[in-house]
Design a protein around this ligand. Structure first.
Ligand SMILES: Cc1ncc(COP(=O)(O)O)c(C=O)c1O
Length: 398
């Protein structure tokens, strides 16, 4: 790969990328321009819930593209009405606003909560968020995030996001005052390294927010659409949020996100919220194709089962190499490496043709397609085993 054949310096340099260019994807595999095949356990960052270029999504996009791409959000379109209805029917929420990215959906959730505070809570506007949380890269969502690396950036931040600690109810309660309007969190902190809120903590938060008249906002951008073995993660805790955001998996690879709210919390008035591409039928057609596949008991059970298989294989690998815990749920898992070796494992796995992600220097994150099969898991674990052995981390127990 060089600049003449692939003019990569025409792009802004926003992150370091491996020296190749991908040109094709199918299921759990990607191919680069040389024809080399890679087994993908990153999947567009937990986006391609049905794998790369799934036929159902490709077909829905092609059919919709021939019928209607975008009439403007100033008009209703049939695909967005169908998708909104399907999401409302599947969730315990009543209204949907479609967006183009997770950050935009979360920005909408923040605006909705602030509007609710202005209308119903004497102008209360503070939203309690969490250390380690990640909600996106707009100014407000970076401010809402509790990511250390964001702290010195783009000052001044948007104010009004005091931070509590995950799974520590007292730390939340201490921050509640008459300016508080909502509590917002990811059920599993993905970017922080896959740290789950316990089901009990989610239930306690639901009780606390209800007792204080606050909104509970769940950012299910990474955990939603089947990723943890339920269509929405909150179903594990048997609670219902007031506001929920979805992104990533909902479009099966295309830019689609959604902000859902109860009837009571849906307080936008004309002019408060919108966006040129929001709810365009092309993306919504992809969302419908995804939901048709994912929102079935059989598919969700297979995600839960495959997640347990991946978890147990990672645990066995960890025991063989003297590594740490496996955490997470369903097909959003992390392996604690107990040492800052994640980046070098990712680089070596790449050379072996396996794509992995290191959200932290000492952790690997696994977010394969939800329809990944056991042989693909075995191949990934086999590669990891070989890489760890070559790196000399092995401390075989048997
Ligand atoms: C929990 C969570 N919220 C929000 C976002 C931002 O989504 P997007 O990158 O689509 O703006 C992400 C992306 O990783 C995420 O994981």
């Amino acid at each position: 790969m060089n600049k003449a054949t692939h003019p990569f310096d025409a792009l802004m340099e926003i992150t370091s990328r491996p020296p190749t260019v991908f040109v094709r994807g199918e299921g759990s595999f990607l191919w680069d321009y040389t024809g080399r095949r890679y087994l993908d356990f990153v999947q567009g960052w937990a986006v391609n819930c049905l794998g790369h270029s799934p036929p159902a999504v490709a077909e829905a996009l092609a059919t919709q593209a021939r019928r209607l791409i975008t009439p403007s959000p100033a008009y209703f379109n049939d695909a967005s009405l169908k998708l909104a209805k399907a999401l409302v029917d599947q969730s315990r929420l009543d209204r949907v606003f479609f967006a183009n990215s997770g950050a935009e959906a979360n920005e909408g959730a923040i605006k909705l909560a602030r509007k609710y505070g202005a209308l119903h809570r004497n102008g209360a506007h503070e939203i309690i968020t969490f250390d380690g949380g990640f909600h996106g890269r707009t100014l407000a969502t970076m401010s809402a995030s509790g990511k250390k690396a964001f702290e010195p950036l783009f000052e001044p931040k948007v104010s009004g996001f005091p931070k509590a600690r995950l799974n520590d109810l007292d730390s939340v309660e201490r921050l509640v005052n008459d300016k508080t309007v909502a509590v917002m969190l990811e059920p599993i902190q993905g970017e922080a390294g896959v740290w789950p809120a316990t089901d009990q903590f989610l239930r306690d938060l639901r009780e606390l927010t209800t007792a204080h008249g606050l909104l509970l906002i769940l950012d299910e951008i990474q955990t939603g659409i089947g990723r943890t073995g339920k269509l929405f993660h909150y179903q594990h805790a048997d609670i219902a949020p007031d506001i929920m955001t979805l992104g990533k998996g909902i479009g099966g690879g295309v830019p689609l996100a959604a902000l859902l709210a109860t009837e009571e919390a849906s307080c936008f008035e004309h002019g408060d919220q919108g966006g040129t591409f929001c709810g365009n039928p092309l993306m919504c057609a992809a969302g419908l194709a995804v939901l048709k596949t994912v929102a079935t008991p059989e598919f969700l059970k297979s995600v839960a089962d495959t997640g347990l298989y991946l978890e147990s294989e990672l645990q066995r690998l960890s025991a063989r190499h003297g590594l740490g815990d496996v955490r997470g749920r369903g097909l959003l898992l992390a392996l604690d490496l107990k040492a800052p070796i994640a980046a070098s494992i990712v680089a070596r796995a790449f050379e072996e043709g396996v794509l992995l992600n290191a959200p932290k220097p000492d952790a690997l994150r696994f977010m394969p397609a939800l329809n990944v099969v056991r042989q693909e898991i075995d191949a990934m674990v086999g590669c990891l085993d070989a890489v760890l052995t070559r790196m000399g981390v092995a401390r075989r127990v048997a």
